[in-house]
Ligand binder design. Structure first.
Ligand code: IMP
Length: 199
């Protein structure tokens, strides 16, 4: 039988403030006390895998081992069709250090122009991983399809939201109210799968 996640302490294994907000919004109404890697000052492990699933597991596993509590992580990114799925698992790195997402969005746009791409489709992918301190672990994947727009529009959300227009909409993720984005995002799709399996 699939192991269930019992309401109580849950570590959000991320230092990304945007993700922490989204994960708290999803889990706190269900009775979880979500503590983030940021609040607990956890070390961030190196993401050495080549898949979202692999990197999500590294983060969740490390946090579960460090805290002795079940840990949840998200590894996510933007896959641009005309760029062969890049930046993909390298999505965060494209923003450089310290993170500058305007620069990262500009880099995607520059590369699309450089290859004269007509296809501006892309998808956000989220892989949620849950790891327990005893080594048990599971992952769930969600995706949302859309088109990239330029210049960036909107002040809400985070990361690449200002250039992503989900299919069926004419506004970017950064122009949507957070509740609207949370109802349809890649993370929400992965979360629904997690909920069906673990809660
Ligand atoms: P990670 O911490 O390696 O998973 O990095 C994921 C990257 O994808 C970050 O740079 C985020 O900004 C970007 N990303 C993930 N989810 C979203 C989203 O919902 N909106 C905008 N950018 C996102």
């Amino acid at each position: 039988m699939t192991r269930k996640l019992q309401p109580g302490k849950l570590i959000a294994a991320t230092h990304n403030k945007g993700k922490v907000v989204e994960l708290k919004d999803l889990f706190e109404p269900l009775g979880f006390q979500v503590l983030s890697g940021l609040e607990l000052d956890l070390d961030e492990p190196e993401e050495t895998e080549f898949t979202f699933e692999g990197n999500a597991l590294i983060k969740a596993r490390t946090a579960a081992q460090a805290t002795g509590a079940p840990a949840l992580s998200d590894d996510s990114g933007l896959e641009v069709t005309a760029l062969g799925g890049m930046p993909g698992v390298h999505t965060a790195i494209w923003a450089g250090e310290p993170r500058d997402f305007y620069k990262a969005m500009e880099k995607v746009e520059r590369e699309l122009i450089a290859i004269g791409a007509k296809d501006r489709s892309a998808r956000f992918v989220s892989c949620l991983a849950v790891a327990w301190p005893d080594g048990h672990e599971v992952t769930f994947r969600g995706e949302v399809q859309g088109n990239l727009t330029w210049p960036p529009r909107g002040e809400m959300g985070f990361g690449y939201d200002p250039v992503f227009v989900p299919f069926g909409f004419d506004v970017t993720f950064a122009e949507l109210e957070p509740a609207q984005k949370h109802a349809m995002s890649h993370r929400a799709v992965a979360f629904e799968k997690l909920k069906a399996a673990l809660l």
